[in-house]
Every structure is written in structure tokens, then in C-alpha cells.
Write a protein that binds this ligand. Structure first.
Ligand code: B12
Length: 438
């Protein structure tokens, strides 16, 4: 081979190697397809409210079953689309969709290549701008300690949704997100809230590509992307997860969007950890699964901006077999120690052993405790995109605007990484429900 051809080949190879993004190595098609099918099967259950995140995950996949996606889109519209210009449709039992739900619905409309010119669609954009304005006002109202009305995760999601629709985001709204990120508001002690950091990071990557902003602001946004990248890479644990296993999907979405290369060792290690957990079946929760599916195709929420709908072909087939339900064994019973704490009271409100069939979820344990003859335990839940959230225990619940919640712990200092419907306790496990600030 002559030298110039060798050099050209070498350069081409180096170029190819250097653009290898933080993505999934090839050869996983079978696994990815069956994971995709599981998410698609969830759309069959019409007894559950449709979940906009699930639709986004499906749209960011390379595999599709268009009729199913269209049916699910219609169900989402039935829930989220306002039917008139003045009265927004209630969603999830709330008076209005919250900032995050509205943002997700707008992302859904872009992912479905919906025409956004009709008045009702334009009104949704205006409504999200208004929500973000109120969120910002809430941050400003308390100077150094200000918080958005919902949370910074939803604030970032709102900015991302407007940006993906190529709408100009109010510079003051952007500045508050930049400042919060810079001041480390997504951190608690030494712990980084990776999901929130990643969501803000996705918003910054999108804003960086827009043409509306001054060079000074774009420089600040670029610096923020670099900071988010550094923080997320530093949050990698020895087992490869970014933060924890469930924040890793969004973290890797960000790394893909920010163009992080495979040659940075955190990336292949993180991807390997995700694939390992995928094979173990750790991503059963629909919300987390829907945040992971784009990653398996090397995509992120930022890619919703450029999704096209006319080129897709059906490439998924669903058999008739339904997913296997969780197996509980009536013969084998386990004992779970349930403790309810309501600080500053020193004595627990509840402290009992509860017997349930092996394989029961924590939700089943709470139901069993409630059924006991002494009737001393009671609880309430609220349906969310992540599943049922524990909102009240023995009559104690957060008041409107009070930043408290029922924290679930496995030991006095270990917070659980799953919700009540997903966690399956082992025999003799202790579960502490503690009313805590957030
Ligand atoms: C903010 C947040 C919280 C806040 C919510 C307060 C608020 N009003 O804003 C607080 C601190 C209360 C919280 C609590 C918990 N959280 Co949280 N939370 C989030 C976060 C960062 C954003 C949620 C959000 O706003 N979504 C957007 C809107 C549009 O969706 P939504 O459905 O309307 O949002 C509501 C629900 O998400 C709900 N919620 C929040 N966390 C959880 C967790 C579970 C399991 C459920 C069912 C509901 C729920 O609160 C939101 C606001 O009302 C997500 C990150 C993510 N990737 O989703 C983690 C996340 C959902 N939380 C998680 C966990 C584990 C918990 C806890 C179980 C922790 C614990 N050990 O106690 C508890 C819930 C306990 C309970 N009582 O049932 C995990 C869930 C992982 C999984 N396997 O599904 C996530 C993904 C974070 C992570 N990577 O670990 N959380």
C-alpha cells in the first residue's frame, strides 16, 4: 500500500474511532427488540392512564408498530388535549396537568410530528410558557433558597419541551436554570440528583443548538453542558451506574446528546452496567424502561426535535403471549417488619411484623397490614407516571405546598431505589416509612 493511501486509511479510521459516541455496541438486536416489545405491550392495558413517557420511548426506537403507536397517541390526546381554548382538560386527577406532564405532552406532539399551528396546539405552548413563568416566580420569591413550584426536574423538562419545538425560551427562565445548576442546587450534601442534572443537561444541549440567543448566553450554556458532563461522569459508582441504576438511562441520554465519546472509560463502563441490568430484568418500571429505550438506539430526548414520521415501517410483531404476572406463593409465607416513623416523635407510630405470601410487593405488604384485625394501620396512594406513590400513612400526609413525603427506607440510612409497587421484600426484611422533608 502506498503511503498516501495508508495515511488516508489511517485518518479515516481515526476519524471513525473518534466519533464513536457513548452508545450501545452492536449485536444486541434480539435483546433490544424484546425489551421494546415489553414496552409496547404496556400500551395494551386500557385500564391504566396512558403514560406520555412510554410514547416518547417508543417513538425514539428504531423499531415500530405504527398502528399501536397511533392508538396510544389517541389515548394520550383524550387525556391531555384541551377540548376548548379556555378549559384545559384535567389529567391524572389534578386540576391542571403539572409543568412536567404538560412538557411531556408537548414532547409527545412533536414526536408524533403533529401540526402545532392550530389554536389549541398553540395554546398548549403558551400554557407551558406560563407554567415556567410561575415556576420562575416561585424561585425568585425566596431569593437564595427559592424552589420552583414543582421541582427542577420538571423545570428542565419544560425548557427542553419548548426548545424541541423550536420556541424561544424566556431568557430569565433559562438564566434561573443555569444559576441553579451552577450553584449546585441539584445536589444534596455530597449526593448529586443525577436525573435532575441530566434533564437540565438535555435542555442545555438543545438550547445550545438554537439560533435565538446572544453569543454571551450561548457561551454560558456551553459551559453549563461541560459542567453537567463533568458532574455526571464523576457521579459514576464502582459498579458503573451514574448515580444509581435508575438514573443511569437519563444520564446516558445526556452523554449521548452532549456527544461524549466512547473513549472516555466512564462511557463504555456505564453502558456495560446498563446492559447487565437489562439482562437481569431490572427495568420493569414503565417510566424507567421508557427512558432507557432511546439509549439502546443511541438517542436522547433532544432527538425528538428532528424526528420524522413518514419514513418508518412496521418492524415489530407482537405475539399473543401476555407478559408473565409476578408469582406469589400462597404456600410459602415471609415476614416483613414494618415500622412507621413520624419525627420528631421518638416512638414509632407502628411497629409490627406482617406475614405475606413470598413474592409479594411492598404494596401487598401494606395492604396486608391494613387488613389486620387491629385496624391500626392505614395508607393512601396516588397514581403517577412512576406508579403508585405512597402519599399518606395512618392519616399523616403532606399539606398543600408542604415539602414532605413518605420516604421508604430499608435500614435507618438506606433509602429504597424502588416504589411500593415494584419492591419485593425478602423474608425478615425491615421496611421503615419515615415522614421526611425533601
Ligand atoms: C422529584 C422526584 C421526587 C420528589 C417528588 C416531589 C415533588 N412533588 O416534586 C420526592 C423527593 C418526593 C421523591 C420521592 C421518591 N422518589 Co423520586 N424522583 C423524583 C424525580 C427526580 C422527578 C419526578 C418528576 O417530577 N417527574 C416528572 C412528572 C411529570 O411526572 P409525575 O409522575 O407527575 O411526577 C411525580 C412522580 O414522579 C412522583 N414521584 C417521585 N418519585 C417517585 C418515585 C416513585 C417510586 C413513585 C411511584 C412516584 C414518584 O412525584 C412527582 C411529582 O408529583 C424522579 C426522576 C425520574 N427519572 O423520573 C425521581 C424518581 C422517580 N424517584 C425515585 C424514587 C426511588 C423515589 C422514592 C421511592 C425514594 C424513597 N426511598 O423514598 C420516593 C417515593 C416514595 C413514596 N412515597 O412512594 C426513583 C424511582 C426509581 C424506580 N425504580 O422507579 C427516581 C426515578 C429517581 C432515581 N433515579 O432513583 N422523588
Amino acid at each position: 500500500m502506498d503511503r498516501s493511501r495508508w495515511l488516508a486509511g489511517f485518518l479515516l479510521h481515526s476519524l471513525f474511532a473518534s466519533i464513536q459516541l457513548c452508545e450501545i455496541p452492536s449485536g444486541r438486536t434480539h435483546h433490544i427488540k424484546s425489551f421494546n416489545k415489553e414496552l409496547l405491550r404496556l400500551t395494551e392495558d386500557t385500564s391504566k392512564q396512558p403514560n406520555p413517557s412510554v410514547y416518547l420511548g417508543l417513538r425514539l426506537s428504531d423499531y415500530h408498530l405504527r398502528e399501536r403507536e397511533s392508538q396510544y397517541l389517541q389515548r394520550l390526546k383524550d387525556v391531555f388535549q384541551p377540548s376548548s381554548l379556555s378549559i384545559p382538560t384535567p389529567a391524572s386527577g389534578q386540576e391542571h396537568p403539572n409543568t412536567g406532564q404538560l412538557a411531556l405532552y408537548l414532547l409527545v406532539l412533536r414526536a408524533a410530528c403533529q401540526d402545532m399551528e392550530p389554536p389549541l396546539e398553540r395554546q398548549l405552548v403558551t400554557q407551558l410558557k406560563l407554567h415556567l413563568h410561575k415556576e420562575k416566580a416561585s424561585i425568585v420569591a425566596h431569593e437564595n433558597n427559592g424552589q420552583p413550584l414543582t421541582n427542577y426536574y420538571q423545570y428542565g423538562l419544560g425548557v427542553l419541551a419548548l426548545c424541541v419545538h423550536n420556541k424561544k425560551v424566556d431568557v430569565h427562565v433559562i438564566n434561573k436554570l443555569l444559576a441553579a445548576e451552577k450553584q449546585g442546587r441539584f445536589e444534596h450534601g455530597s449526593q448529586l440528583f443525577v436525573d435532575t442534572e441530566a434533564m437540565a443537561g438535555l435542555a442545555f444541549v438543545c438550547l445550545k443548538r438554537a439560533t435565538f440567543y446572544t453569543p454571551e448566553l450561548l457561551t454560558e450554556i456551553s459551559q453549563a453542558v461541560q459542567r453537567v458532563k463533568r458532574k455526571i461522569l464523576t457521579a459514576q459508582t464502582p459498579d458503573g451506574a451514574f448515580g444509581n441504576v435508575y438514573s443511569s438511562p437519563l444520564a446516558v441520554q445526556f452523554l449521548i446528546a452532549a456527544g461524549v465519546r466512547n473513549k472516555e472509560p466512564e462511557c463504555p463502563n456505564g453502558v456495560a452496567a446498563l446492559l447487565g441490568k437489562l439482562e437481569e430484568g431490572s427495568f420493569q418500571n414503565p417510566l424507567i424502561a421508557s427512558q432507557l429505550l432511546p439509549v439502546l438506539h443511541g438517542k436522547s430526548y433532544v432527538d425528538i426535535a428532528s424526528l420524522e414520521c413518514h419514513t418508518e415501517e412496521d418492524s415489530l410483531m407482537l405475539g399473543t403471549s401476555a407478559p408473565e404476572p409476578r408469582v406469589t406463593s400462597q404456600d410459602t409465607k415471609i415476614t416483613v417488619h414494618l415500622i412507621v416513623k413520624h419525627p420528631p416523635r421518638r416512638l414509632p407510630l407502628y411497629n409490627e411484623l406482617v406475614r405475606v405470601p413470598a413474592g409479594s410487593s411492598l404494596l401487598d405488604v401494606l395492604k396486608a397490614a391494613e387488613k389486620r384485625t387491629d385496624k391500626s394501620f392505614s395508607f393512601e396512594t396516588q397514581e403517577t407516571l412512576s406508579g403508585p406513590m405512597l402519599t399518606s400513612v395512618m392519616g399523616v400526609k403532606a399539606r398543600q405546598g408542604e415539602r414532605k413525603y413518605w420516604k421508604i427506607l430499608q435500614s435507618p440510612h438506606t433509602a429504597m431505589l424502588q416504589g411500593i409497587a415494584d419492591h419485593v421484600p425478602q423474608d425478615e426484611e425491615s421496611i421503615i416509612l419515615k415522614f421526611s422533608p425533601w
